[in-house]
Design a binder for this molecule. Structure first.
Ligand code: COA
Length: 532
């Protein structure tokens, strides 16, 4: 491997302009994340205190091993939905270390709306359980929720069933699950603690029942207290639905750590490792490298140099298919195969990528995709040379490799280029996005031109000649729609990634993700490597 050289001029006006732009984006991200995670009205905080409940963040602190990192997912889920009334989708999910074991944590935030599930909350739970299933990670459910938000029941009902099915699948896969019941688990939500292997309940706070006292009274006329119907003592000493009753949340979390300490420790997959070392080139320089406009290009090798150990990289086919960089590096001491875009994908680049992925699959090396792609090259010459066929080869290989895939949306990620680089719908184990990134079926201007052309032709066929103002209005509408929906904050709100990250956090985020991935064996796929 050779140390990547840098050609960044940190004294240039462009560098300084980009840096200012990206620092502002990083600042906005920090502020927005802080608000979603921590800022609640006094009324909401008073309500929690009245109920003698801790905030979800405090619960998390008490659960996790002190001083260990927490890889949080989608903290900005729902930030552009439901008029902002469900920050973080009222749910915290992530991978943390408890009693020395990596676990997925799924924790309700009951500071607002009784922690009721919005449709995005349900999808966020499903995604966290998918991460647990794919990566063989145990789960801790921290339950305190009004269950489905009944105003939005139809959308929730369409997804919520997956949660319980995934819990059964986790169990079948031998993956442990613990429930800590801080609040109510009513109706369908009663199945979450019941499908766990072990359940801890807080007396006078936690309750599990198919219907709460008011509904029971309405349905059968029976009058019964919450504790008698589904409280901690009843379930641990009479029904056997739960296993441990404790007096406080603090006791519950201490016991949770003890329970997890009894779980089997599992080994990690065998991958090529070496002692980690920080990048030689300063990761903070990423702010001055990423352009201030998604249409501007940059050199992806400069990014790789600020993510990987020692900025060391062994580039595969360095002189071929130059709009896609491929090669091997170590990240936090773990070997990865990197594919990074340097613009539009041409046939040569697609073919190189396909061969490279086959090599990594043969050797059991996880793949890392760094996106800055507006799609595959279009035009007569390229169609005649078979760009679609070459793109299909890249897609075919990528879809069928068995090594884990990680993706980062670094800048543009558009059209089939997003698919070819293992975008969200191609199921990478983890996918993160930088705040400057934009992702859509095509760029806004191209879409606006296309739709304006279609609309104007239709109007002319009907005998109307649109005025320049009408044409401009058609264009503006399309651009406005794209500007809203291809924005990183919109996409993360709708869970199209596992979280927006500051570019300078990329190395650590990927390091923790790779560590998580290694909880399942890495299968080496036999078969010939084609020199495509
Ligand atoms: N759907 C929609 N909104 C809900 C809700 C639900 N399932 N559960 C609670 N909320 C809302 C309340 O309307 C209230 O809204 P507001 O802040 O706009 O007034 C807010 O959440 C807080 O509810 P409140 O009852 O005042 O809080 P609490 O802390 O005293 O009790 C619960 C919380 C969850 C125990 C209680 O609200 C409850 O039992 N909810 C119904 C649970 C249920 O039967 N769910 C069925 C799921 S399928």
């Amino acid at each position: 491997m050779r140390r990547l050289e840098t050609h960044v001029d940190t004294a240039s006006a462009t560098y300084r302009a980009y840096r200012e732009h990206n620092l502002a984006l990083a600042d906005e991200l920090r502020t927005t994340l802080h608000a979603a995670k921590h800022e609640r009205t006094q009324k909401a905080l008073d309500r929690l205190a009245e109920q003698d409940k801790l905030t979800v963040r405090r619960r998390l602190e008490l659960l996790l091993d002190p001083g260990t990192p927490f890889l949080e997912f989608s903290a900005l889920a729902a930030n552009r939905h439901y008029d902002g009334e469900a920050p973080q989708a009222l749910l915290v999910t992530g991978i943390g270390v408890v009693s020395g074991r990596e676990v997925v944590v799924i924790a309700n935030d009951s500071s607002l709306k009784g922690g009721a599930w919005y449709p995005i909350t349900t999808r966020k739970i499903v995604r966290a359980l998918e991460i647990a299933l794919e990566n063989g990670l145990p789960v801790v459910h921290m339950l305190d929720s009004g269950g489905a938000n009944l105003h939005l029941q139809d959308e929730i009902y369409a997804t919520a069933g997956h949660i319980f099915k995934q819990q059964c699948q986790l169990s079948a896969a031998g993956i442990a699950q613990l429930a800590v019941v801080f609040g109510y688990c009513t109706a369908g939500a009663a199945y979450t603690p019941t499908l766990c292997d072990q359940t801890i309940m807080v007396r006078e706070r936690g309750a599990i029942f198919l219907a709460g006292p008011p509904l029971v009274k309405a349905a059968t006329g029976e009058i019964v207290s919450t504790e008698d119907l589904g409280g901690a003592d009843m379930h641990t000493s009479v029904s056997g639905v739960a296993d441990y009753a404790v007096d406080s949340e603090v006791d519950a979390l201490e016991l949770a750590r003890d329970v997890i300490a009894m779980w089997a420790r599992r080994g990690k997959a065998d991958v090529d490792r070496r002692a980690p070392e920080p990048p030689y080139h300063d990761p903070l320089e990423l702010y001055g490298i990423i352009p201030d406009d998604v249409k501007k290009q940059f050199e992806m090798r400069e990014v790789i140099a600020r993510i990987v150990d020692g900025s060391l990289f062994h580039e595969f086919k360095p002189d071929y298919g130059d709009t896609l960089v491929t090669g091997w590096a170590f990240l936090w001491g773990m070997k990865v195969g990197i594919l990074g875009n340097n613009g539009v994908i041409y046939s040569e680049a697609a073919n190189k990528a396909a061969t490279f992925m086959q090599l990594c699959d043969r050797d059991g090396i996880p793949l890392l995709f760094l996106h800055n792609v507006t799609g595959f090259m279009v035009g007569r010459e390229y169609e005649r040379r078979g760009i679609t066929k070459d793109g299909a080869k890249m897609l075919m290989v990528q879809a069928n490799v068995t090594v884990p895939k990680l993706s980062v949306l670094c800048h543009a990620s558009q059209g089939a280029g997003n698919y070819a680089m293992s975008g969200r719908t191609w199921d990478p184990r983890f996918l993160y996005a930088w705040p400057n990134s934009r992702s859509s079926i095509m760029g806004p201007e191209v879409a606006a031109d296309t739709l304006t052309h279609v609309r104007v032709s239709a109007l002319r066929r009907q005998g109307t000649d649109p005025t320049p103002e009408e044409i401009a209005s058609i264009r503006d509408d399309v651009i406005a729609h794209f500007e809203e929906t291809y924005h990183s904050y919109y996409l993360t709100s709708d869970l199209r990634d596992d979280g927006l990250i500051d570019p300078t956090d990329t190395r650590n985020t990927l390091g923790m993700s790779l560590s998580a991935v290694l909880n399942t064996p890495i299968v080496r796929t036999p078969g010939g490597v084609l020199r495509i």
